[in-house]
Design a protein around this ligand. Structure first.
Ligand code: NAP
Length: 460
């Protein structure tokens, strides 16, 4: 059984969902293809009517949608509501701006006239993770549907009700049959989809393992792909940083969504003169978080998304310690039902410790002391991932300089204001390729066609 709702808060199995049958698979993919043939010819205004209505419905149904998310993957209810609101904003953003982003672009050849025009390419397959059950779907539905493509979507196995809820919202918004289709497919069926000639591209957000497997299959079929994968972002604190600003962001950056965010602050790299003060305050702030029901607004520490995620993270911490790291805080499961873990800090992590390179997807901070700015940058770059990162300093020119030297797709100076509908999101190295959101996010799955007019005779 691939799709199940388990409560990570108390460990109960709530509902099973069957994988789709071969017949359903065929019907749904055929409908997505048939829908593309009409949707591609709709005007931007017609498409925007559906997408903007879906945004309104998301807003109208915030409480119920957020509760489903909290039930399935344990996100604290306040964060869940904010995610629904942000998802609506992304849909609105593309409903408003898609036509401008995809307008023909005039080129300037020496002879004649030319322009590029953008047209949709067909059915796109989206593979999405559980950590942002609606935001991730909005990130692909907004741009790719507004561009004139249709979508078939494989959501993560642990959030089937969120997957169905988002599909229902689009249907209620007037989406034609086949425009946006949730597919409860297995990994094997996903491979079949990538081999299916009706599928023209794939976007995936998830782990490196999933990304390299799906990207390889897409490559074999010469299909365009974009990959948003993991990260181990550096949080660089320089000696002139304002700790009153830094500490709350450090806690938020590591603990938001219970630490299960691709671009979360994961490696805290602090210049020697600040290190003692930073770690004392950071440790106290993390230690003050209290486990509770994620449906309760007052809870400061929710569960991880699943028992499996907890077991994996505890194993990573144990291995790090066995290989020489020091546990400064936490490291254990919390003695109560559900997938709760103590906020934790590891230090003394040598380069040959697996913890030095691995992503910790949960409430575990890796702490490094460094002698100066140059060492901090070198350590930040000694990483297989290249998603985001931040630098903390009172000197904004210095912040810009450091940001330019860190090899990632995104850098934040004195903030962790990670994502906005208007701004491109994505990474380099093992964090993947391609960008979602902003203008770039809608350009991924469109044909950029050159059209040239030049009334000349053929060369003799
Ligand atoms: P995951 O195991 O890779 O799952 C992500 C999605 O891929 C799920 O729908 C999963 O389905 C599917 N999947 C995995 N292997 C597959 C395969 N061989 N064939 C077809 N589908 C496959 O990732 P996760 O651990 O749940 O999610 C967290 C990861 O996502 C972290 O590494 C995080 O950093 C990354 N992430 C990145 C971004 C970004 O924008 N860069 C954003 C959020 C998360 P099943 O659930 O059915 O296995």
């Amino acid at each position: 059984m691939t799709y199940q709702t388990f409560s990570p808060f108390d460990g109960t199995l709530i509902q099973d969902f069957a994988d789709i049958s071969p017949h359903e698979y065929e019907t749904k993919v055929a409908r997505a293809q048939a829908c593309f043939e009409s949707w591609r010819h709709k005007s931007y205004a017609e498409r925007a009517t559906v997408i903007a209505r879906a945004a309104t419905l998301l807003r109208d149904q915030t409480d119920a949608l957020a509760a489903t998310m909290t039930l399935e993957m344990g996100k604290r209810i306040g964060e869940a509501r904010a995610e629904v609101a942000f998802s609506a904003r992304i849909l609105d953003y593309y409903a408003t701006n898609a036509e401008r982003f995809l307008a023909p672009v005039k080129l300037h050849p020496v002879h004649g006239e030319a322009h590029m025009e953008s047209s949709p390419i067909g059915v796109i397959f989206a593979v999405e993770p559980w950590n942002f059950p609606y935001y991730q779907l909005a990130r692909v539905a907004g741009p790719h549907l507004m561009a004139g493509n249709t979508l078939v979507v494989k959501h993560a196995g642990i959030v089937p009700q969120c997957a169905l809820a988002f599909e229902r919202v689009l249907r209620e918004a007037g989406a034609p049959d086949g425009l946006y289709t949730n597919l409860f497919v297995s990994h094997e069926q996903s491979e079949k989809l990538l081999d299916d000639p009706r599928i023209k591209g794939v976007c995936l957000t998830g782990s490196v393992a999933a990304g390299s497997s799906i990207a390889a299959r897409a490559g074999k079929n010469l299909k365009v792909s974009s990959m948003e994968l993991g990260g181990s972002d550096a949080f660089i604190v320089l000696e002139d940083a304002d700790l009153d600003l830094v500490i709350p962001w450090a806690v938020w950056g590591r603990m938001y969504n219970c630490g299960q965010t691709c671009c979360a602050a994961k490696r805290f790299i602090v210049v020697e003169s600040m290190a003692d003060a930073f770690i004392e305050r950071f440790k106290a702030a993390l230690g003050a978080l209290e486990a509770g029901d994620p449906m309760d607004e007052r809870t400061t520490l929710g569960p991880l998304s699943s028992e499996a995620a907890l077991v994996q993270l505890l194993g990573q911490v144990d291995e790090a310690v066995a290989k020489g790291a020091t546990l400064l805080l936490g490291g254990n499961r919390i003695a109560r039902p559900g997938a709760f873990m103590e906020p934790s800090i590891l230090t003394d992590i040598a380069p040959d410790n697996p913890a030095f390179r691995d992503e910790f997807f949960g409430p575990v901070a890796l702490f490094f002391r460094v002698k100066d700015e140059a060492t901090a940058i070198a350590l930040a770059n000694d990483c297989d991932f290249g998603l985001g990162g931040s630098v903390w300093t009172r000197d904004s020119a210095r912040g810009q300089r450091v940001a330019s030297q860190v090899d990632t797709g995104m850098m934040f100076i004195n903030n962790l204001d990670w994502t906005d509908a208007e701004l491109p999101f994505g990474g380099i190295k093992a964090s993947g390729y391609g960008r979602e959101l902003g203008d770039m996010g809608i350009q991924q799955f469109v044909n950029k066609k050159l059209v040239r007019t030049n009334p000349i005779k053929a060369p003799a």
